[in-house]
Design a protein around this ligand. Structure first.
Ligand code: ARG
Length: 567
């Protein structure tokens, strides 16, 4: 498709004398006007004429220059329309030539992008916030990889802090009579709850013990506290792994905050050496109000000598820079941590690090489940595993009803159920909050993952039937695809959509696009039969089906959804 916009741009450049890279080609809001549009407002000054006049004059001249593309002036715009057979042949040809790599490019070659994603806190059930981070982060990583970047996905596990002092205290007291081995996360959760109930009921020794435990952890001593902490880390990671397996997510590195312990001293020294640290009420801080009025200082070390979440993130970002010299370092973390990441970047800016601007907080909104708001202190939590199980079971019900003879219905129900949850998370702009409505999430219709998967399965079945009937071998009549022009144009936009979704770290751009493609396809399909037509017509329609199926397949893959052949 780019060959059309390139041709339009260079013809416009030749006529207007402007550089072709400066000419922006748009998509008309009303598709009946044309496939592409060029607004002439920007030329008014240099050509000393009113935009509608420029449009009219240029359209005439361009018409002669452009082969297979018609140019028509409408008010201040020039609208372009590609001849339909050419459009079909070109776009389907591009998809067929690139196959599964259609839309991919190598523009990022030689550059590394670090993506901090998932990053749950151990000893707690993974929250829906961490589900969002996992799903959004993994999609961003795959999309960026499709643009040629080397990507490094890092799971920055929260395994450090006072809560582990608390847990160790709770395990010491009551661990023996809990089922830590058989159901670790639930057991740890109830130990955590018990700690708070008993502490609130007046057992002051608990908080003291927790404090001591954490200090012992920070001292690096290889004693019983560290042994218990290690055990709880391993138990938690094994549980998280079950969810990652179901989501099909892998990490290049799994690094707990604890990993950075040995780097904390040198990190603080390095910041001190730039002369930006100060003492304030016994704590060591970096003032950030010079960067942004009212920005609170970043705390590096508390009065009792212990470090903070921010200190560990500073150590981590230095380490990442040294390892990767990243072009971007993305943190896929909830919008509630906005200040934290402004401070992280702020400290790097004040240190004069020229890569500070490569730190980006890829923020997302909250997800509200119908089951209610969570509080792990009170033991009121929704287990992600339960959410995925329920989605799978709902999908199974629908499959049993619609397609009772389906082979491996359980396996497909898992793909569809997980796909439903993932897509529901990705389809809206990430910064928006999500209201989770079960009946919407797993529906095979509307803006859902199963709807896209179902469209894919339907196209697959057409291909299968064509192969069985030996159809589709004739020379395609490309002009006959004029009635599918909106499908073709949507397919043609895929490379741009991927590029933009990567730049903005916004998988919803891809999710919205694939929904649009399915909608166009289903509209078209409702009025047209593919098989059993004149051979040239069937062949052309079948080519459209193939190109669409393979592109939907690749889009689903990038978003992290399976594409079952039948459902
Ligand atoms: N564990 C943190 C939390 O659950 C998120 C960590 C995000 N990544 C980071 N490098 N700070 O709130």
């Amino acid at each position: 498709m780019q060959q059309f916009t390139d041709a339009i741009r260079s013809a416009l450049a030749a006529q207007s004398g402007l550089k072709s890279s400066a000419l922006k080609i748009e998509t008309p809001r009303d598709p009946s006007l044309g496939d592409f549009a060029f607004p002439c407002f920007g030329l008014a000054k240099s050509m000393k004429q009113a935009p509608p006049k420029i449009a009219a004059e240029l359209a005439d001249k361009l018409g002669a220059d452009l082969e297979g593309i018609e140019a028509v002036a409408t008010g201040p715009y020039i609208n372009f329309r590609v001849e339909r057979a050419l459009l079909a042949r070109t776009i389907i040809g591009e998809v067929a030539a690139a196959g599964a790599n259609y839309g991919h490019n190598t523009s990022g070659a030689g550059q590394t992008i670090v993506i901090d994603l998932s990053s749950p806190n151990i000893a707690k059930p993974m929250s829906v916030g961490h589900l969002r981070s996992t799903v959004i982060g993994a999609a961003i990583e795959r999309i960026l990889a499709s643009q040629g970047y080397a990507t490094v996905g890092i799971n920055h596990i929260g395994d450090w802090g006072i809560q582990f002092g608390k847990l160790v205290a709770a395990i010491d007291r009551w661990g023996a009579d809990s089922d830590l081995e058989s159901d670790p996360i639930r057991a740890l959760l109830s130990l955590y709850v018990r700690f708070h109930t008993e502490a609130e009921a007046g057992d002051t020794s608990l908080e003291e013990e927790a404090q001591q435990n954490f200090q012992e952890l920070e001292s690096g001593e290889e004693g019983p506290v560290r042994a218990t902490w290690r055990r709880l880390t391993e138990l938690s990671l094994a549980e998280f792994q079950k969810i990652y397996d179901r989501l099909g997510v892998n990490f290049s590195q799994v690094r707990g905050e604890a990993f950075y312990e040995p780097y904390l001293g040198p990190t603080i020294e390095r910041i001190e050496a730039t002369g930006i640290t100060e003492m304030s009420q016994g704590a060591e801080i970096v003032d950030l109000s010079t960067l942004e009025k009212n920005m609170p200082p970043c705390l590096l070390r508390k009065t009792d000598g212990t470090t903070l979440y921010a200190t560990r993130d500073l150590a981590a970002v230095f380490h990442r820079w040294e390892q990767f010299e990243f072009a971007r370092c993305l943190y896929v973390v909830g919008s509630d941590q906005k200040l934290h990441f402004r401070q992280l970047r702020g400290v790097c800016q004040r240190m004069g690090l020229d890569w500070a601007d490569r730190i980006e907080h890829i923020a997302f909104g909250m997800m509200r489940l119908p089951e209610g708001k969570m509080s792990s202190r009170k033991g009121r939590v929704v287990f992600l595993e339960d959410v995925l199980d329920r989605a799978r079971d709902e999908a199974f019900k629908i499959i049993a009803e619609k397609n009772p003879d389906l082979k491996d219905a359980r396996g497909v129900a898992e793909q569809v159920g997980v796909g439903a949850v993932v897509f529901n998370d990705l389809k809206r702009e990430r910064i928006k909050d999500i209201e989770f409505v079960w009946s919407e999430v797993v529906s095979f219709e509307g803006d859902t993952g199963p709807y896209v998967q179902y469209t894919h399965a339907r196209l697959t079945s057409i291909e299968r039937k064509a192969a069985e009937a030996g159809e589709g071998g004739a020379e395609p009549d490309w002009a006959a695809l004029a009635d599918a022009d909106q499908v073709l144009l949507t397919l043609g936009r895929y490379p741009d959509v991927l590029r933009s979704a990567g730049t903005h770290a916004e998988p919803s751009e891809l999710a919205t696009w694939v929904l649009g493609l399915c909608r166009e396809l289903n509209n078209w399909y409702a009025g047209h039969r593919v098989l059993g037509q004149a051979p040239e017509l069937s062949a052309a329609r079948l080519q459209l089906v193939k190109a669409s199926r393979s592109t939907i397949h690749s889009a689903l893959g990038l978003l992290g959804l399976a594409a079952p052949d039948q459902m």
